[in-house]
Design a protein around this ligand. Structure first.
Ligand code: GLU
Length: 264
C-alpha cells in the first residue's frame, strides 16, 4: 500500500547534523539538494512546510565559536545570528526555483494559547493560499527552558497536527530506526515499518543525539508517536539523500515508516 499516494500536505523536518558540516559551516550541497526536492514536490501540487533546525549550529559557525555555548543566553544569541543566515540561504535557494518562503518562529506558548494558535493557523492557511512555503523553527531567542519544545522533532509533529498535514518526514543522519545500535552492532537491521509505537520500539531508541543536533532517535520516535496518533503517516529517513523522498511518493520503501493510528 502506498501511504503517500494521497499526500497533499507534508511537513519535512531537517536537523542541524544534516544541514551543517562538522566545521559548523552550512552544507550547501545538501541544502541545495533538499530545496530542489521540496520545490519539486510543491510544483507537483503538494503543500510543503519545512521545519528547520540549524540556527544555533550555523550561528556558532558564523560567530567563529569553537562549540555551542553552554549558557542559555549564549545559545539564544547564536541562534539569532544563525537564523538570519539560514533564512538568507533558504531564500536564495528557493528563489532559484521561483518559490517564495515565509518564516515562522514558534514557541510552545504560541501553540498552547488558543488565540495565538488560531492566528498561527490563519497565517499558515494564507501562506498555502499564496503558494508560499512556510519555514518554521522554534523561536530560540525568547524560548527559555520552561516554555520550549527544546527540539524540533517535537515541534515538527506539533506543526503537522496544527496544519492537518497528511505526512511528516524527519530527515536525520541515520537511515531510520534500527533493531540495535548500528554503530555498535553489525547485525543491526533497519526496521522498514512500525505499526505501533510501544515500549519495545521505544527501547530501541538509545540515548544521545549528535554533537551538533539536539534530539537523537528518541525525540524522533516520540514525534512519530504524536503525529501517527493524529493520523499522520511519519517517516524517519536519512537526510543525506533528500531525493529519496521521491521513493515515498512512488510507494517504495525508504527509511522507517510509522503507520498512522487513525484516519480522519
Ligand atoms: N531550534 C534549534 C536551532 O535551530 C534546534 C533544535 C533542534 O536541534 O532540534 O538551532
Amino acid at each position: 500500500m502506498n501511504h503517500f499516494a494521497n499526500v497533499k500536505k507534508i511537513v519535512v523536518k531537517v536537523g542541524t547534523s544534516t544541514l551543517t558540516y562538522e566545521t559548523g559551516k552550512t552544507n550547501l550541497r545538501r541544502m541545495a539538494k533538499l530545496v530542489s526536492v521540496l520545490c519539486d514536490l510543491q510544483n507537483s501540487g503538494v503543500d510543503v512546510t519545512l521545519v528547520t533546525s540549524g540556527a544555533i549550529g550555523v550561528g556558532v559557525g558564523k560567530l567563529g565559536l569553537s562549540e555551542k555555548p553552554k549558557d542559555t543566553p549564549g545559545r539564544q544569541a547564536a541562534a539569532t545570528v544563525g537564523q538570519c543566515e539560514l533564512m538568507f540561504m533558504y531564500d536564495k535557494f528557493f528563489s532559484e526555483y521561483g518559490h517564495k518562503i515565509g518564516q515562522l518562529l514558534i514557541t510552545k506558548a504560541d501553540i498552547e494559547n488558543e488565540e495565538r494558535r488560531r492566528n498561527l493557523e490563519n497565517t499558515f492557511e494564507k501562506l498555502f493560499h499564496f503558494g508560499a512555503i512556510p519555514i518554521v523553527n522554534e523561536n530560540d531567542s525568547v524560548a527559555v527552558e520552561e516554555i520550549v519544545y527544546g527540539d524540533n522533532d517535537s515541534l515538527s509533529a506539533i506543526v503537522a497536527k496544527l496544519i492537518h498535514a497528511d505526512a511528516l518526514v524527519i530527515l536525520t543522519d541515520i537511515d531510520g530506526l534500527f533493531s540495535a545500535n548500528p554503530k555498535e552492532d553489525e547485525s543491526a537491521q533497519l526496521i522498514p515499518v512500525v505499526r505501533k509505537i510501544d515500549d519495545e520500539i521505544l527501547s530501541l531508541c538509545g540515548a544521545a543525539g549528535s554533537k551538533r543536533g539536539t534530539g537523537g532517535m528518541i525525540t524522533k520516535v516520540r514525534a512519530a508517536q504524536t503525529a501517527t496518533e493524529a493520523g499522520i503517516a511519519t517517516v524517519i529517513m536519512n537526510g543525506s539523500a533528500p531525493q529519496d523522498m521521491y521513493k515515498l511518493f512512488d510507494g517504495r520503501q525508504c527509511g522507517t515508516l510509522f503507520l498512522p493510528q487513525k484516519n480522519d
